[in-house]
Design a protein around this ligand. Structure first.
Ligand SMILES: [Zn+2]
Ligand SMILES: [Zn+2]
Length: 420
């Protein structure tokens, strides 16, 4: 009863915040795609409305917030899934992220994808396909590396077939079974034993990754390969900015390489972005070591684990150890305007609310306690609405077949990987 009264007291303020967000949603000409997409939503095409039953207007903002959306039924369905949660950017898989081979895209898939991109006014630069989790271009075993490379190049071809411009992939995969205790949170450490099973050094793995990228750039025509920073779990390259800088330095065609910064991975790797100063210092470090011109995308995730945990455990925005305030610093930083800012938080059912909250943050000149409380309340409510199945950490593993006793495991089971 007490919580109901509290909720009633807060309600007028929530309405006020929502009205404030709505007021700023008449879009100027600088963002014609957003304006057109809003018009499209208001027309209410039946299939696009099906998912949530309502649309939330985009705010007048140069920050392109979106989420990783489902491609169930075909890659072309990602576009409506993104539009239905008012995403101004989106990520998708181009094939199963846990299989070495998948059926090729059909001419129909490609035609529908391109048609819907136009219909919903999404520009290719705000679409960030996510690579297979199995890819490990730094694997010192030549046979396994070649297999990863094949899977990687296949993804790049799919991007080009769909007319997409950027492709995000994990710099290295994790082999959990062979994991040793990582160097916890020491972002300046040079003791990282290299990706995969520790038979290569960091420098060797970096050289192998760059060599694969150079080869891939020659095999394909235009798609930009975007390196994602890692959380530092086990034997992993890419948790430190210096690793990414070294890879980029060895890439011949610099116009074909960029970086996607994942907030959860950064935090897990020891970059403290919780305060305004922490965020500023981290961006300065990024600029000094890599260069801001290489920042092509971000993954916006809160973290289930504390600073420098080296664990890759995403949490809903505002509900984890990073906290809502850090996202306010990011969503008001002009240096991350005009690039896809993608949610990979655990509950797709809360994406629409998280996008709305992040967009609201980008319109504030300050984030006081009252606003913060109201936004957190709306996130908590959406998590509650999503219900228990979406809180399960094992959900993602559903559908992976456990090998029966005596049965030989297939290649997918041999490789362990990091989700998102
Ligand atoms: Zn992750
Ligand atoms: Zn990510």
């Amino acid at each position: 009863m007490l919580s109901l009264l509290r909720y009633k007291r807060k309600f007028p303020y929530l309405l006020q915040i929502m009205a404030q967000t709505r007021r700023s949603s008449s879009l100027p000409d600088e963002w014609p795609a957003k304006r057109a997409r809003k018009a499209k939503r208001n027309n209410g095409t039946p299939h696009a409305k099906a998912k949530t039953g309502k649309y939330i207007d985009p705010v007048n903002s140069p920050w392109y917030v979106g989420a990783h959306v489902s491609v169930t039924g075909g890659v072309e369905n990602a576009i409506m899934n993104a539009a239905s949660i008012a995403a101004d950017a989106f990520a998708l898989f181009l094939k199963s992220p846990r299989k070495w081979t998948s059926p090729a895209l059909t001419a129909q898939n490609i035609e529908d994808f391109k048609a819907r991109m136009e219909e919903y006014h999404y520009e290719p630069r705000y679409v960030l396909p996510h690579g297979s989790y199995l890819i490990n271009l730094g694997n010192p075993d030549p046979k396994k590396r070649e297999k990863s490379y094949g899977c990687f190049v296949d993804d790049l071809h799919r991007c080009e077939q769909l007319g997409l411009e950027v492709y995000n992939f994990h710099v290295s995969a994790v082999r959990l079974r062979a994991r040793i205790t990582p160097v916890r949170g020491n972002i300046n450490s040079s003791r990282c034993p290299g990706s995969s099973v520790g038979t290569g050094t960091t420098a060797e793995s970096i050289a192998l990754i760059a060599e694969c990228l150079n080869r891939a750039h020659k095999t394909t025509t235009s798609v930009m390969t975007v390196l994602e920073n890692m959380a530092g779990t086990g034997y992993v390259i890419g948790s430190q900015f210096s690793h990414l800088a070294d890879i980029i330095a060895a890439v011949e065609d610099k116009s074909r390489v960029g970086v996607c910064l994942d907030t959860c991975h950064m935090f897990a790797a020891g970059y403290d972005i919780r305060t305004k100063k922490g965020w500023e210092d981290t961006v300065t470090k990024f600029d000094q070591q890599i260069g801001l011109s290489y920042l092509r995308a971000m993954h916006l995730n809160d973290s289930k684990t504390e600073l420098a945990s080296n664990r890759d455990r995403h949490e809903t925005i505002g509900m984890g150890f990073i906290g809502l305030e850090s996202f306010y610093h990011i969503l008001t930083d002009p240096r991350v305007q005009g690039i896809p800012l993608i949610l990979e938080t655990p509950e797709p059912e809360t994406y629409a609310t998280e996008i709305e909250v992040l967009n609201a943050l980008s319109t504030y000149t300050e984030l006081d306690d009252k606003k913060k409380k109201a936004l957190l309340t709306s996130i908590r409510k959406s998590v509650k609405r999503a219900g228990p199945p979406y809180r399960s950490n094992t959900r993602k593993r559903k559908g992976r077949k456990k090998p029966q006793q005596g049965e030989k495991k297939n290649d997918e089971d041999e490789e362990e990987y990091c989700d998102h």
